[in-house]
Design a protein around this ligand. Structure first.
Ligand SMILES: [Zn+2]
Length: 83
């Protein structure tokens, strides 16, 4: 599911966020991208990226938990039932 996701890596020179496919990292220990804004080559360590990915996944899990909590606390109304 995450293989087609992209993550924004901020350029260390100009701060421009560059989107990278998660897939590119899962196969390599590091990846090099060219900043779309200033053209500088940005080397991204997979280890650093994995930490980012882990925090993204954690955020997603928290969102899912929130959504579950929200639907659970929703009181059933008369309209929800089909007779
Ligand atoms: Zn840049």
């Amino acid at each position: 599911m995450f293989e087609d996701e992209t993550v924004d890596i901020a350029c260390p020179k100009c701060g421009h966020p560059n989107s990278i496919l998660v897939r590119d990292f899962e196969a390599n220990s590091e990846a090099r991208i060219n900043c779309h804004h200033c053209g500088v080559t940005v080397k991204v360590e997979a280890e650093e990226f994995r930490q980012r990915l882990a925090s993204v996944r954690k955020e997603l899990e928290e969102i899912q938990v929130e959504a579950r909590r929200a639907s659970r606390s929703r009181r059933p109304r008369k309209d929800d039932f089909q007779i």
